[in-house]
Design a protein around this ligand. Sequence first.
Ligand code: GLN
Length: 280
Amino acid sequence: MQHTIENLLNHATTQLAQHDQPRLDAEVLLSYVLGKPRSHLHAWPEKELDATQAADFLALVEQRVTGHPVAHLTGRREFWSLELDVSDVTLIPRPETELLVEQALALLPAHEALQVADLGTGSGAIAIALAHERRRWQLLAIDRSINCTRIARGNAQRLDVTNLNCINANWSTALADNSLHAIVSNPPYVAMSDPHLRRGDVRFEPLIALVAGTDGLEAFRSLLGEAPRVLKNGGRIFLEHGMEQAEDVRNLLKKHGFTDIETCRDLAGLERVSQARKPA
Ligand code: GLN
């Protein structure tokens, strides 16, 4: 096989046929090896790669065939049009989590100096997207994992986001009473026994970022135990959850005294984010 861009992409797409998006995976890996955007691949299909580049690409494709997530192979994932470093210590940011960012941007005042916390920030995706969009807000990006805190801090620095503090702590101890205008969180919410954990890319992600007890609601319980204390009166909370957890999450919000409880659907039409307000 001549190692042209087109030949290599076709070969990899066939190799990756059992994955959801074989062509996209192949293109992302090849543009990573070449250090060029995907548009370069479309513009120069007949261009030939040197032997090292071709070997590097084929080795990555082989790893992808065995299941490794593309984001782990490249160390990068785009979220909210921002390139984030990720690794196997963080959850790989998901496109559906952008709904959480959209809701917070839609409901919180844009031009006030708000204190907003992202609890369980991982790679920093949510906090960085919000800090990037709203320079007057001050974001607290909190994670109990020091490895995640380092990655989030590195991402914020590389993307020049300065209105954000990364804090390595438990969310129960890190926050003062009545200190926040809003909480935004994509906590772990998968049940331990969920077969989803044994399929596809999630097998390579940290369980600590995915699993929340036997029913998947443990992190919501602990988070909502603290939220009324740390939010200011009238403060808002935005939570991502599983597509079948909306009612449970709304009930927990109600139980902890929240009002104006609403759920939004993601692009796939699934109930994905619930939001509420602490009484003023
Ligand atoms: N949405 C993720 C998944 O289905 C789970 C993310 C999370 O637990 N916060 O794998």
